[in-house]
Write a protein that binds this ligand. Structure first.
Ligand SMILES: [Fe+2]
Ligand SMILES: [Fe+2]
Length: 364
């Protein structure tokens, strides 16, 4: 059912401002929001994939065949009921969709730019397919948002959003992880709702299985790119960086997910269980390239994630309060969060030796 946006908000709220609000939400640069990236495009263009040629060609052929070409279209199974949704859930669900749409679109912008600036045919072909997929994903979410009378202005976002520069090595770590974690997040929700269809409060979740297979292949591409140069994932400094990215990505996800209690309650998912499950899947997959794994069963892991979540909650409340008192509480929260991060980062890691064959299949 397509709800009239006017029915969803009290009379005194102009629904046209909602579009602006949502775009503002997506444009905001905070520690926790999805970012837009830029990099050294020339260096990335110089990659030589000949050392992984057979696996590369297979992956590219699969992307070229475009198995999800017709997938991202609404059909008779699309039974969205925004008007019947609990208002608190609606707010959190919109936040979830905006954040997912921004993340998808951020991938699209980066991949498109890599294609546009590239001369290397392998790189151009890969990023052409990946930009195609992410544009579809972002567009599909935006379509779902539009039914609630909100949408992210993607054209505006491209211009207004701040871009974070990462050197290519860090782009590999960050995007590889975000693709694989995206896969793990989507498939974990999909499997959970397969077992508990009564908790599926919106039809978009029905689209998650094929969707996450796209993310899985994108992650595979980055795994292959990292394999072209063993120096990218070995050595003392790189191990520290990989450890940093894993800790940062996992803890950010934990804090963000905990900011959406109603959303997870509606899905019937315990947030901590869900996050640990996603970390476990991601870490198992990441053994294909990373020489280490974070010990998420370590006694210091969950207590410090919780400490970090509380610190961010404190910072949020302080920001709303304002004034000198608010400023002080904010600083206190920030140092608490930093301390929790240090305690997470220094948890001894588990050493792994990536296998000879890098390629994996989505099996969850
Ligand atoms: Fe995507
Ligand atoms: Fe992706």
């Amino acid at each position: 059912m397509n709800a009239n946006p006017k029915d969803l908000y009290p009379d005194d709220i102009d629904t046209s401002t909602k579009v602006t609000d949502t775009t503002a939400m997506a444009t905001e640069t905070t520690l926790l929001n999805p970012r837009f990236y830029t990099t050294d495009f020339d260096e990335m263009d110089r990659i030589d994939v000949s050392s992984v040629r057979p696996e590369w060609d297979k992956l590219i052929a699969q992307m070229k065949s475009d198995p999800n070409k017709g997938h991202f279209k609404k059909n008779a199974e699309w039974d969205a009921d925004w008007a019947g949704m609990d208002p608190k859930l609606r707010v959190e669900f919109i936040d979830f969709l905006v954040s997912s749409c921004t993340a998808e679109f951020s991938g699209c912008v980066l991949y498109k730019e890599l294609k546009r600036r590239g001369n290397n045919p392998d790189i151009c072909e890969l990023f052409n397919y990946m930009a195609r997929d992410e544009a579809r994903h972002a567009g599909f979410i935006n379509d779902a948002l539009r039914e609630a009378g909100v949408a992210v202005n993607l054209g505006f976002l491209t211009k207004a959003k701040k871009y974070t520069y990462f050197r290519p090595k860090f782009i590999y770590y960050a995007t590889y992880l975000s693709e694989k974690i995206g896969y793990a997040r989507y498939i974990t929700i999909f499997r959970h709702l397969e077992a508990h269809p009564e908790q599926r409060f919106h039809p978009i979740f029905k689209w998650f299985r094929e969707w996450c297979n796209d993310e899985f292949s994108h992650g595979e591409a980055f795994a292959l790119l990292m394999r072209t140069d063993p120096k990218l994932t070995s050595g003392f400094a790189n191990r520290l960086w990989i450890r940093f990215f894993l800790t940062a990505v996992y803890s950010t996800m934990y804090v963000r997910d905990h900011a959406r209690p109603e959303f997870h309650k509606a899905l019937g998912v315990d947030i901590e269980w869900y996050d640990q499950e996603v970390f476990r899947k991601t870490s198992t997959i990441a053994r294909q390239v990373f020489p280490l794994e974070i010990d998420i069963d370590h006694p210091r892991w969950l207590p410090n994630l919780r400490r970090m979540r509380d610190a961010f909650g404190q910072m949020d409340a302080a920001k709303r309060k304002g004034g000198v008192g608010g400023w002080l509480t904010h600083k206190l929260g920030a140092s608490k969060a930093a301390m929790a991060f240090v305690l997470l980062y220094t948890i001894p890691t588990i050493k792994r030796t990536p296998p000879k064959d890098v390629r994996l299949e989505p099996v969850y």
